[in-house]
Design a binder for this molecule. Structure first.
Ligand SMILES: Nc1ncnc2c1ncn2[C@@H]1O[C@H](COP(=O)(O)OP(=O)(O)OP(=O)(O)O)[C@@H](O)[C@H]1O
Length: 623
C-alpha cells in the first residue's frame, strides 16, 4: 500500500451498535486418565443451546447437597458436545466475524476454561485438524482476495504471551519484556511489539508456528502440555479503496484470537514451586477477568466502574470487554465427574459473561488529500484505467470505444469534449493571470501619476518659496511691495504625467477587453460541460460490461480531477503573484510615505524661516 502522507481530517465514526457478548460452550470428550480414575460423564447437551450439569455426589448425610437439585441447566448462544468438529465450532463462533474485520470492525474470540479442558485444541488444533487460528486466517485472506478488485488491503500480525504478568513477543522473544501503554484516546498499545506485514495465509501460518514454539508450555498434573501463559494473536486489516479520491475513507479492523491459560486448583494439578507460582499468576489474571465480567454484566445503566487495571490481561482486553469489539467467548469444560467443581465454576463464569454488552463501531478515518497529491491520485486513476483495459482485452471483450458504432462515436465525442474543456480552462486561466497583471499595472500607474503630481506640487512650492525670498530681499532694498508671479511647472514634467495618463487609459481598455474575452470563454466552457454531461448520461446505455462502466466512471473522475487540479494550481500561482505584487506596492507606499515626511519637514523649516523673517520685519518697522 502506498504511504499516505497527507493532510488528513480524521473523523470518528459515531455510528455505534450495541453487541451482546456471544458465549459458546464446548465439552471435550472424556479422556483415558479420567476413565482410569473411574470418572463418570456428568455433562449432557440437551439441544443446540442447552447443557445439564449433574452433581456427582449423592450423599444423603450432606444436608446442604441433598436439599439442592442435583441437576443444573445452563443456556448459551451455542453448545457443543464431544462429537462437535473443529469446523462446527469455527463456523458457529468465529466465521461470521471475518467480514466485519475486513470492513473495519474489531473482533475478539477467546477460549476460557480450566486447565486441560480443551482451549488450545479449539484455538490451535492439530496439524490434521486445525483450530480457529488457521481457519480464521484462511478465510480472512479468502475474503480479502474476493474484494481486492475494489480495495487495497494491508494485513499485519503480532503474537504475544502474558506469562507471570509479563508480556513477551512470541515472534521476537529476544527483545525482552514489553510494556502496555495507553494512547491519548484510551486505546491500549504494546510498546515495541513486532508487527509483521503479510500478504498471504501461508506466511501468517509460518509465523504462528514459530510463535507457538516460543510459547511457555509445561507438563502439569492435569495436562501433559499445559499452556502456562495467555497467548494473544492480533491481526490488523487496513483497507482503502483501490482508487484514490480527494476525500478517501480508510478502515482498519482488529482481530484478537486469545488462548487463555487454564484456571487451576493447586490440589488438582499437584503443582509445586515454579508451576505453583505460575498458577497463582494465572488465577490472579483470570480472577481480574472474572471481576470485570461480573461488573460489566451487573451494570444496568453502564455507570459502574470497571477495574481493568488489575491485570495485564484485562487491560489488553479492555476493548473486547465492554468496549468496541464483537466478542465471542468459548468456554471449555471436561464432561468428567472428577472435574465437577472446575466445570461448575466455568459454567457460572460463562453464564455471567452472557450479559456483557459492547458498543461496536467501524474504525474509520476520513482523509482529505492535499493539492500536491492530486498528481499522484490522477496517476493512480490512470493506472487503474490501464489495468481494467488490459483485463478487458484479456477477456477478449470490447473496450468502451469499440463497443459498437454508436458508442464509439459517443465515446469519441466525450473524449473530445474533455479535451476541449481542458483547453478552454487553460485559456481562462491564462486570461486570469493576464487580467491580474493588467490590474496591477493599472494600480502602479495610478501610483506613478500621483507621484508625478506630487513632484509637480513640490517643485511649485519650492519655486514659490524661492520667489518669496527673492521678493522679500527686493522689498528690503527698495521698501516697496511687489507682486510675485507664481511660475507654472515646466513642460517636460507635464509631458511625463500626460504620458502616464495615456498609458493608464490604454491599460483600462486592455483590461476591459480581457474581461469580455474571459466571459466569452467561460460561456464556451459551460456549454462544453453541459454537452459532456449529456454524453455521459447517454453513453452508459451503450456499455455492457461492469469493467466498461468502471473505465468510463474512472475516465470522468480523472477528467474532473485534472480540471480541479488545474484550477487549484492556477489559483495558487495567482495568489503568489498577487502577494508578490502587493509586497512591491507596499514597499513603494513606504517609500512614498518617507518622502512625504521629508517634504513636511522641509515645509516646516520654510514656514519657520518665514515666521522669523516676519518677526524681524515687525521689530524693524516698530523701531
Ligand atoms: N474436543 C476435543 N477433541 C479431542 N481431544 C481434545 C479435545 N479437546 C481437548 N482435547 C485433548 O485434551 C488435551 C488437553 O487439551 P488442551 O491442551 O487443549 O487443554 P487446555 O485447556 O488448553 O489446557 P491448559 O490450560 O492446561 O493449556 C489435549 O491432549 C487435547 O488434544
Amino acid at each position: 500500500m502506498r504511504d499516505v502522507s497527507r493532510s488528513q481530517s480524521v473523523k470518528e465514526n459515531v455510528d455505534t451498535k450495541e453487541h451482546q457478548l456471544t458465549v459458546a460452550l464446548r465439552v471435550r470428550p472424556i479422556n483415558e486418565a479420567e476413565l482410569a480414575d473411574e470418572a463418570k460423564i456428568i455433562v449432557h447437551r440437551i439441544d443446540q443451546k442447552m447443557v445439564v450439569l449433574m452433581d456427582p455426589v449423592n450423599d444423603p448425610n450432606n444436608i446442604l447437597r441433598a436439599n439442592r437439585s442435583r441437576e443444573k441447566m445452563y443456556m448459551f448462544d451455542v453448545a457443543f458436545d464431544s462429537k462437535a468438529t473443529q469446523e462446527d465450532v469455527y463456523i458457529s463462533t468465529t466465521k461470521e466475524l471475518i467480514d466485519g474485520v475486513i470492513a473495519g470492525y474489531n473482533a475478539t474470540v477467546f477460549a476460557y476454561g480450566a486447565t486441560g479442558a480443551g482451549k488450545t485444541y479449539t484455538m490451535l488444533g492439530t496439524d490434521s485438524d486445525p483450530g480457529i487460528y488457521v481457519r480464521t486466517l484462511n478465510d480472512l485472506f479468502k475474503g480479502i482476495e474476493a474484494s481486492s478488485d475494489r480495495k487495497i488491503y494491508q494485513v499485519s500480525m503480532s503474537y504475544l504471551e502474558i506469562y507471570n504478568e509479563m508480556i513477551r513477543d512470541l515472534l521476537n522473544p529476544t527483545i525482552g519484556f514489553l510494556d502496555l501503554r495507553e494512547d491519548a484516546k484510551g486505546g491500549i498499545q504494546i510498546a515495541g511489539i513486532t508487527e509483521f506485514s503479510t500478504s498471504n495465509a501461508d506466511e501468517i501460518m509460518l509465523l504462528l508456528l514459530k510463535g507457538n514454539r516460543e510459547r511457555t508450555q509445561e507438563p502439569t498434573g492435569a495436562n501433559s502440555a499445559s499452556s502456562r501463559s495467555h497467548a494473544v494473536l492480533q491481526v490488523t486489516v487496513r483497507q482503502r479503496s483501490r482508487v484514490h479520491a480527494i476525500h478517501d475513507e480508510l478502515h482498519f479492523g482488529r482481530l484478537f484470537l486469545i488462548d487463555l491459560a487454564g484456571s487451576e486448583r493447586a490440589a488438582q494439578t499437584q503443582n509445586r514451586g515454579k508451576r505453583m507460582m505460575e498458577g497463582a499468576h494465572i488465577n490472579r489474571s483470570l480472577l481480574a477477568l472474572g471481576n470485570c465480567i461480573n461488573a460489566l454484566s451487573d451494570r444496568g445503566g453502564r455507570a459502574n466502574y470497571i477495574n481493568y487495571r488489575d491485570s495485564k490481561l484485562t487491560r489488553l482486553l479492555k476493548d473486547s470487554l465492554g468496549g468496541n469489539s464483537r466478542t465471542v467467548m468459548i468456554a471449555h469444560i471436561s464432561p468428567a465427574s472428577t472435574s465437577f467443581e472446575e466445570s461448575r465454576n466455568t459454567l457460572t463464569y460463562a453464564d455471567r459473561a452472557k450479559h456483557v454488552k459492547n458498543r461496536v463501531k467501524k474504525n474509520q478515518m476520513n482523509v482529505t488529500y492535499h493539492i500536491t497529491q492530486y498528481t499522484d491520485i490522477i496517476a493512480d486513476l490512470r493506472r487503474e484505467i490501464h489495468r481494467l483495459r488490459a483485463r478487458l482485452q484479456e477477456q477478449n471483450m470490447v473496450e468502451p470505444h469499440q463497443a459498437g458504432i454508436q458508442s464509439k462515436s459517443l465515446y469519441g465525442k466525450l473524449m473530445h469534449s474533455f479535451h476541449e474543456q481542458m483547453q478552454l480552462q487553460k485559456h481562462v486561466m491564462e486570461l486570469n493571470s493576464a487580467s491580474l497583471a493588467a490590474h496591477l499595472n493599472i494600480s502602479q500607474q495610478h501610483l506613478a501619476i500621483s507621484n508625478f503630481e506630487q513632484e509637480d506640487l513640490d517643485k511649485m512650492a519650492k519655486r514659490h518659496a524661492e520667489q518669496m525670498k527673492e521678493g522679500n530681499a527686493a522689498t528690503d532694498g527698495s521698501g516697496q511691495d511687489s507682486d510675485i508671479p507664481i511660475e507654472e511647472p515646466s513642460s517636460p514634467e507635464l509631458s511625463d504625467l500626460a504620458m502616464a495618463r495615456e498609458e493608464l487609459t490604454a491599460l483600462s481598455v486592455e483590461q476591459n477587453k480581457l474581461a469580455t474575452l474571459k466571459m466569452e470563454l467561460e460561456q464556451k466552457l459551460t456549454d462544453a460541460k453541459s454537452r459532456a454531461s449529456q454524453l455521459k448520461e447517454s453513453l452508459p446505455l451503450q456499455l455492457h460490461s461492469v469493467d466498461q462502466h468502471q473505465i468510463l466512471s474512472l475516465l470522468c473522475k480523472v477528467h474532473e480531477l485534472e480540471m480541479e487540479n488545474m484550477t487549484l494550481q492556477s489559483r495558487t500561482s495567482l495568489r503568489d503573484g498577487l502577494f508578490h505584487q502587493h509586497h512591491q506596492v507596499l514597499r513603494r507606499c513606504q517609500k512614498h510615505c518617507a518622502l512625504c515626511c521629508q517634504l513636511i519637514n522641509s515645509q516646516r523649516k520654510v514656514i519657520l524661516g518665514m515666521w522669523h523673517y516676519a518677526k524681524y520685519i515687525s521689530v524693524v518697522l516698530y523701531v
